[in-house]
Design a protein around this ligand. Structure first.
Ligand code: HEM
Length: 471
């Protein structure tokens, strides 16, 4: 039994099933499927999707194959990746905001951009950026500590702000023309409106037909484009005078200096702009959601919280060095990885097959088929995980982690299009979580358990109200 004050014992906590839509056995009609897609795409998955390695058939988008077999996943995303392109629906949703940035580019343009941008995110480059992450993390803790002790706040909003502040610092040394706040607001608006699947897209309506969501997002997108242009122009002027905003290059300095290792060519100004928006778009909400769900899961499990606090207290002041060491904050890292298993910030990857294919020797994928690899399904698949719905960070500790099949855990995707910001995001999330838990304690304060809802990223529906106290 749970105590009157809501506290749970460690043993009770281990049996809790963190909130998620309960899958149904029955099949859904087309209209119901459409409504579910619009409201929360997570609810289209039925019990068989969590049990069967491959589910294929006619769907709303024509013939579709949902793959949760690690060998077949590897085939599609890695071994025969050249046969698959990002599907049109994904491009329609993302492209108006992100332009020809790395996330939405295809073919030769993508290859060239990836080669050119890869050096910006190597472990060494991320190590150099890590020092810049601690400042915004510490300032967030300061700001939260100044609030009345025990106050209830929407942690999702705080996490969105801190990941945004970290990007503003690592990308622009915080030098944003027009102010970081206005830029951040436009970004939020973009995700609010753009991230929702429009039924017209699903039905394949022509792109000139206005989508209400996109139409509403237009001012936010134009605002971005103008701001980004100004930021680049100001930086170029600074460089022309032989200056940089900080002692070490930030991501914008590196973007402007990046050269294709094969041709020596730099990126065009339009490409630089598109990639700035892409890095913010791809790297901000994702990391914020990982942190938000981690804080929620920690609040549910007192033994995890205790162990985390002990690990963090035993770590020195230099959180960046500890996060980069890979050993000193191992449990903190494991908690983030397990939070992203249960609540993968990017819950679904999709591709279109360019030619007929056979994956893992048994899965026929006809030309034109929509192929879905859903980290959400994979991470909760009954054939791949023991107690898949339970929060058990120990799975990711050294010794246990090696036993997880590589293609069963895909928060950052895999293959040539794997997340370029993976190391950046992990170091950032460890630093922020450690900085927060060193000083503060979080308890869920919502009347109901937070339900994950899939927009572009996986968010808690209605935010994440938590009571924040000083430790
Ligand atoms: C927890 C945080 C993050 C998660 C879960 C995440 C997840 C992903 C996933 C799953 C993909 C592959 C999409 C696909 O294959 O269709 C991806 C791609 C990408 N991510 Fe991340 N991401 C995170 C943070 C970041 C950060 C911090 C940045 C940049 C600063 C970033 C930049 C990108 C870019 C540019 C791509 C496109 C790569 C390409 O297509 O070559 N991401 N991300």
């Amino acid at each position: 039994m749970i105590a009157a004050d809501g506290a749970v014992s460690a043993a009770q906590a281990r049996r809790l099933r963190p909130p998620a839509p309960v899958p149904e056995e029955r099949e859904f009609g087309r209209l119901e499927l459409l409504l579910r897609l619009r409201r929360n795409p997570l609810t289209i998955w039925r019990t068989r999707h969590f049990r069967e390695p491959i589910v294929a058939g006619e769907g709303l988008f024509g013939y579709g194959v949902v793959i949760s077999d690690p060998d077949a996943v590897r085939h599609v995303l890695v071994d025969n990746a050249a046969n698959y392109r990002k599907d049109d629906l994904q491009r329609t949703i993302l492209a108006p905001g992100l332009g020809e940035g790395l996330l939405t580019a295809e073919g030769e343009a993508w290859k060239r951009a990836r080669r050119t941008l890869a050096p910006l995110f190597t472990p060494r480059a991320v190590a150099a950026l890590a020092e810049r992450m601690t400042g915004p993390a510490e300032r967030t803790v300061e700001r939260m500590s100044r609030r009345r002790d025990g106050r209830i706040v929407d942690i999702a909003a705080d996490m969105t702000r801190v990941t945004y502040d970290i990007l503003a610092e690592t990308m622009f040394s915080n030098a944003i023309a027009g102010g970081a706040e206005a830029f951040g607001k436009a970004l939020t608006r973009y995700f609010e409106t753009q991230g929702r699947i429009d039924p017209l897209d699903v039905l394949g309506a022509p792109s000139w037909l206005p989508r209400i969501g996109r139409w509403m997002a237009r001012p936010a997108i134009s605002f971005f484009e103008a701001q980004v242009k100004t930021i680049i122009a100001e930086r170029l002027a600074l460089h022309a005078g032989g200056h940089r905003p900080g002692p070490k290059p930030d991501l914008l300095d590196s973007l402007l200096a990046a050269r294709d290792p094969e041709t020596g060519a730099g990126l065009s100004e339009a490409e630089i702009g598109a990639n700035i928006v892409t890095f913010i778009g791809a790297g901000h909400e994702t990391t914020a959601n990982a942190l938000t769900w981690a804080l929620y899961l920690i609040a549910l499990t007192p033994d995890v919280r205790e162990r985390l606090e002990a690990e963090i207290d035993a770590t020195g002041d230099d959180l960046a060095a500890a996060a980069l060491s890979g050993e000193r904050l191992a449990f903190t890292r494991a908690v983030i990885e397990e939070a992203m298993r249960l609540y993968p910030p990017v819950p679904s990857l999709s591709r279109t097959a360019l030619a007929d294919d056979l994956a893992a020797g048994r899965c026929l994928i006809p030309k034109g088929a929509l192929v879905v690899v859903s980290p959400y399904l994979l991470h909760r698949h009954e054939t791949l995980w023991r107690a898949p719905d339970r929060f058990r960070p120990e799975r990711f500790l050294p010794g246990a982690r090696e036993g997880i099949p590589r293609y069963a855990y895909l928060p950052f995707g895999a293959g040539p299009r794997v997340c370029i910001g993976q190391q950046f995001a992990m170091v950032e999330a460890v630093i922020v979580l450690a900085a927060l838990l060193r000083r503060l304690r979080f308890d869920h304060a919502g009347a109901e358990a937070p339900m994950p809802v899939q927009r572009i990223t996986l968010r808690p529906d209605g935010g994440m109200p938590m009571r924040v106290r000083a430790r």
